[in-house]
Design a protein around this ligand. Sequence first.
Ligand code: AMP
Length: 530
Amino acid sequence: MTIHGKSQVTTWTGEAEPHRRSFAEIGNRATRLAGALREQLGVQQSEAVATLMWNNAEHVEAYFAIPSMGAVLHTLNLRLPPEQLVFIVNHAADRVVLVNGTLLPLLAPLLPHLPTVEHVVVSGIGDRSALDGLNVQVHEYEELLAGSSDSFDWPELDERQAAAMCYTSGTTGDPKGVVFSHRSVYLHSMQVNMAESMGLTDRDTTLVVVPQFHVNAWGLPHATFMTGINMLMPDRFLQPAPLAEMIEREKPTHAAAVPTIWQGLLAEVTANPRDLTSMKQVTIGGSACPPALMEAYDKLGVRVCHAWGMTETSPLGTMAHPPAGLSAEEEWPYRITQGRFPAGVEARLVGPNGDLLPWDGESAGELEVRGNWIASSYYGGAAGEPFRPEDKFSADGWLKTGDVGVISADGFLTLTDRAKDVIKSGGEWISSVDLENALMAHPEVAEAAVVAVPDDKWGERPLATVVLKEGATVNYTGLRDFLARTVAKWQLPERWTFIEAVPKTSVGKFDKKVIRKQYADGALDVTKLD
Ligand code: AMP
């Protein structure tokens, strides 16, 4: 904040001018925030302090104030269903919640169910009346900062102390808390800044679309402050049109987001052309990036780098930079993999019988990883001990990722599926991701999700749910014929349905359990081809 004091966090406001704040100002305000939290709200060391916020400068201030004072930054995913948010806040026993005013309609109805919450600190615009009559002390963020000193007696912290905490989206069972230590955040940030990962400097501006509540925005807020990378924060303006506008106007050199965001942006700039070419590199991860999407961005002059990770891996696990010295054509097979492991991530593949598989690009097994920024247990809650469910952690410290794939001899990972999404058809496995990627390469397909459905003869067969682009004329047989060009005949889906949109999880990934349930409930209009 001193060395890179002039770098900036720019927050989109939806008005003529965005809001700009220098790293030096952020540092000063984070100091005041830490003072206010300790002196006025009584926040203690190791206490979890929650944020329910968009990506903006105030959220960045919380990112530095809370861990540096020895407390634990607990980012809340504002897209989770209310009952999961209630579970998470109660599990962590959050006493203080920092919230953007625009999110009060979301927080206020939950507060009667959150007995541990005593203080709500509100920043930015938004009607405060939603909090009237509720049993909490309400503070204005700016007033707290104004009444606080600009020096703070920062404690000497143990590097293994908790700095931040994030709950997984909990597709099965209750959400699970993952705790990040100061040490792991620091080491992870160094890796993010390596040239073989995102490799940005103070000459760059990164558009941080991935939410700060989604695994610490993939580590970007920490990595940026390490090397002075400017940040462009979209706040609540995450729709394709404002994103396209902010890219054209602010000219970020990098951006990070899940494929869904990039699909939406692509549709937007196809209809209303915008110049995106300031972005030298964009990082796409969080779910498999369809090769067709990468190709489309290549054509727009924007190079995509595919990345894999999970909440439990901080999240950086792999990034798909091809080896040096290859032509564009030779690079392509590397670029569409999930990528290569950095030195800090140890990896192995485990076969169905528990045997270790070779890195030969062919043997498929479950990926297990371990390393300095990889979790080895889940948070046990304010009152509990950390716990290690056997299906996630092996006795010798490996994280079982639940992802199935192959690794090439030179360490490139290709995921074929989530273990639970693989289609087990007559003793053979069909990759739902391969079918989706093949379908999304069709020029009239906007999105496609494939799930396993029960089948009397084969055990399971694929069901293709497809979202067509506007004006498309292709039918099910046409799509199946298109697939048959690249997919083995026995893998071709018989069951097809056109849908309005693929259901998404709270962080924008395909929510296949919703599709499976819709199918089981008979809620989908499915056609079965011969
Ligand atoms: P989360 O912890 O919610 O971010 O989810 C992590 C999971 O997302 C991983 O275990 C993968 O199943 C999936 N995932 C993340 N990145 C990718 C990717 N590039 N390709 C395929 N799946 C991915």
